[in-house]
Each structure stands twice: as structure tokens, then as C-alpha cells.
Design a protein around this ligand. Structure first.
Ligand code: ADP
Length: 252
């Protein structure tokens, strides 16, 4: 009996250690993939900036062309800065170094600002973006972070939906809480994918095959933001039918 127990204990340890090793290897692999992706993504705007500034300094270009190139330099360097900010924010959030700056917000206004920002992306795919957030839903939250979270959910809904579908953003005030949701008619996910969704660098196969680029970190930031607000986020999804992301926040 003692030998059997020893053997059983050894086998358990062996499989347990192997499983956690595999999990950490998978995390490292995802991290490396994301790192390569970011390095690659950063190279594109950098090349554009380099090329355009060289053209400006080397040739005597007409005014319109110079302006076009300098606009491009500006836009691309802003894109780079945004990418860097996002990455730094994730690190700060993960390390618990980010503090909330709470203020009273009007949710319809916030949703409207997000819809306006996401409109060009939606228009490209002829996706109808509908804001159904009723007036007078107010809450205390960090405006910048909440806008970041909502914008992320909206752009995901647009990214992972086929052309000519609809994305709806809605909200309701309940006692002591505010419920906010984003619904799409997109590629969706199955149950096992939903379970892994908020892990850093996780992307579903369907998302990778969709041709949409991504890093798989947006949702992990969204969840951290919502949890910092003492709220929660839930997902209901069906492959090929669509997804609904629901955020519940205390109204404070
Ligand atoms: P990214 O979009 O950069 O890949 P996110 O962290 O925002 O990263 O999302 C992680 C993954 O979750 C996506 O790659 C995709 O697989 C899945 N996902 C997120 N939102 C949706 C959605 N609305 N419909 C289907 N899949 C989604």
C-alpha cells in the first residue's frame, strides 16, 4: 500500500508539474508572438515616417505634396504613440499602478463619443453602428479608462463582424448598478473560447482566420479596467451568429 501510494503521489506530481510547465510555455509562446507582432506593427509606421521625411528633405517638392507627406508623418507618429501608450497602460494596470480618476459621467455622451470614433471603421465594412443608450444614465467612473474599454468592445464588434451587419450599444440603469452592452452579428465564439477570452494575447482561430489584425491584449485591459471599477464583464456568444459583451458597473 505504501509503494502504491508513493507511486500514485509521484505520478500525480509528475502530471501536475508537467501541466503547469505546459501552461507557462504556452504563455511564453503567446508573449513572444505578441512581441513579434508589436515589433512588426511598429515597423510599418516607422518606415512610412522615415520614407516621407527623407523625401521632404531630399527633394524640392510642391507645397501640396509636402503637406501630404507631413500629414502622413503626423498621423503615423500618433499611431505609434498610441500603440506605445496602450502597452504601457497594460503594464501599469497589471502592476496595479494605475489609479482611477472618478468623475460623474453621462453614459449616452460617452457612447456617442465612442461611436463617432469607431464610425470610419464601421463605414468601411458598411456596418450599421446604433447607439441605444438612453439619456440620463449617469455613473461615477474614470472617463478616459471607461471610454477606452467601451471603444475596445465596439471596435472588436466591428472587426469581428462581416460586412453589412449591425452593431448595437445599449444600456440600462438598475438599482445600484448600470448595465452596458455591445451586441454584434459577427463570427462569434464557442464556450471554450469564451473561457479564455480575457487572457492576455489570446486570439480565437476564427479571429486569426478573419484576416483582422490584433494583439489579443485589448480585452485583458478592458477586464482590468472594469474590475478596477468594481464591476464585472460577461460574454454570450454563438459561433457564426454573434456576441454580446455586457458590463455591469456600480452606479456609486
Ligand atoms: P485583438 O482584437 O487585438 O485580437 P482583444 O483582446 O480585443 O484582441 O480580443 C481577443 C480576442 O477575442 C480576439 O482576437 C477575438 O478572437 C475575440 N473577440 C473579441 N471580441 C470579439 C467579438 N465581438 N466577436 C468575436 N470574437 C471576438
Amino acid at each position: 500500500a505504501a509503494w502504491l501510494a508513493l507511486l500514485g503521489g509521484g505520478a500525480f506530481r509528475y502530471f501536475f508539474v508537467r501541466r503547469s510547465l505546459q501552461a507557462s510555455e504556452a504563455a511564453t509562446r503567446r508573449y513572444q508572438q505578441a512581441f513579434h507582432f508589436v515589433a512588426h506593427e511598429m515597423r510599418t509606421p516607422l518606415t512610412a515616417i522615415q520614407g516621407s521625411s527623407e523625401l521632404i528633405s531630399r527633394y524640392n517638392l510642391p507645397e501640396a505634396k509636402r503637406r501630404e507627406l507631413s500629414d502622413m508623418i503626423n498621423a503615423e507618429s500618433r499611431r505609434l504613440a498610441r500603440m506605445i501608450t496602450t502597452f504601457l497602460d497594460v503594464e501599469k494596470l497589471s502592476a496595479g499602478q494605475m489609479e482611477l480618476r472618478l468623475s460623474e459621467l453621462d453614459l449616452a455622451e460617452l457612447a456617442d463619443a465612442c461611436c463617432r470614433r469607431a464610425a470610419p471603421l464601421a463605414e468601411k465594412k458598411r456596418i450599421l453602428l446604433t447607439n441605444r443608450v438612453p439619456e440620463q444614465v449617469r455613473l461615477k467612473a474614470d472617463a478616459e479608462l471607461l471610454e477606452y474599454a467601451l471603444y475596445n468592445l465596439l471596435t472588436n464588434a466591428v472587426k469581428y463582424s462581416p460586412a453589412e451587419t449591425e452593431v448595437v450599444i445599449g444600456a440600462a440603469a438598475e438599482d445600484g448598478a448600470v448595465r452596458l452592452w455591445v451586441t454584434d452579428q459577427g463570427i462569434g465564439m464557442d464556450e471554450s473560447e469564451v473561457k479564455q477570452l480575457f487572457q492576455k494575447f489570446y486570439r480565437t482561430k476564427r479571429a486569426e482566420q478573419s484576416g483582422e489584425t490584433g494583439t489579443g491584449i485589448g480585452l485583458s485591459i478592458v477586464r482590468q479596467i472594469i474590475e478596477l471599477h468594481e464591476g464585472s464583464i460577461h460574454v454570450r456568444s454563438a459561433p457564426g451568429k454573434g456576441s454580446t459583451f455586457t458590463v455591469v458597473l456600480p452606479a456609486r
